[in-house]
Ligand binder design. Sequence first.
Ligand code: CA
Ligand code: CA
Ligand code: CA
Ligand code: CA
Length: 397
Amino acid sequence: MTQPAGLAEASFGADCCGAGCAWLDYDRDGHVDLFVGNYLEFDLARAEPCRQANVPVYCSPRTYPKVANRLYRNQGDGTFRDVSGPSGIGRHRGYAMGLVCSDFDGDGWTDVYVGNDVMENFLFRNRQDGTFEEIGLLAGVAVDQYGEPQGTMGANAGDYDGDGRFDLIVTDYQNQVNTLYRNLGSTHGGLLFEDVTVPTGAGAGSRPLVTWGCGFVDFDNDGVRELFTAAGHLQDTVEQYDGSSTYRQRNLLFRQEKGRFVDITTDSGPPLLRVESSRGAVFGDLNNDGRPDVVVLNARSRPTLMINETATGNHWVTLKLVGTRSNRSAVGAVVRVTAGGGRPWMKCGRAGVTRARTICGCTSVWVRTRSSNGWRSAGRMDRSKCGPTWPPTGCSE
Ligand SMILES: [Ca+2]
Ligand SMILES: [Ca+2]
Ligand SMILES: [Ca+2]
Ligand SMILES: [Ca+2]
């Protein structure tokens, strides 16, 4: 279908390596569009071998030319049109790796964060007219709190602190720490994030690792999200030139305690103790028992499937959202739920599975009730509705 859909050039046509992609409905016409993050321009004929301490390694991306990302508009007839130029996306060249689509400024229009390797990251704010402006530096997510660009291997959005705004977690290369950007909302007319890596401890333990897929997921249904991070070194020869690191590494699992992330990896069962060179991580309730599971892709090895067996009496409910006049997959939909007298807040951002007060998608949504003492195990869901920013209208519950 790639050729007839008009996507044959989607990063693969040129000497260009794609590194990430995401579905979004950027123009809210009910047809899901495609964003492709491109890593760099690669020409095998001109490629030079690289070495570290005389050991063969993959070259730094700085060895290669930067390249622009691509945005493809779904024309509603089974084909896509490259709108990288008119949308403004194509004006910015970088080394894209992790990317995530989410409505960061809460205006109902999906924005795109693109993590770039070894250089400043991009945040493309949706101007609501088919174009984007790049505000990464102004918004505080281009570099870390020290002004340093990061490796930015992986990125995900999630409302870790439950204030209704989507925060950013970014994973990094060896000798860098994972960075958590808290979304402060639009102040003085501009969207602003704060690097809260140090006060929250979100980057703890990541400095020796190369980290990739990540996500805020509430694995025990208590209403507070945990942080999962997949790890594994890029260089399969690393042990020959760096005695402090290994190709295969353990993944990380943190829980939140009084505003800080605490490492619970070794207390969370045998799958978390596996040592692989992990890359991508996805989350979803694979066996429909209300507890989200994890699938991790491992370089040069089989994937790891982690079935969540957490003992918890906390309740949950599933909503299946089907767009009628908006896109059928409900990508970009927002749902607000009031339950047990608690805060009416729940959002969904992109395709996948979403849990209460998280944003990872809208195919299914779990909800727990909340009392004045926090989330509790028993209760009822009082009300659910498609929020006013469902794109643009129409829902079934
Ligand atoms: Ca569209
Ligand atoms: Ca937006
Ligand atoms: Ca937040
Ligand atoms: Ca939890």
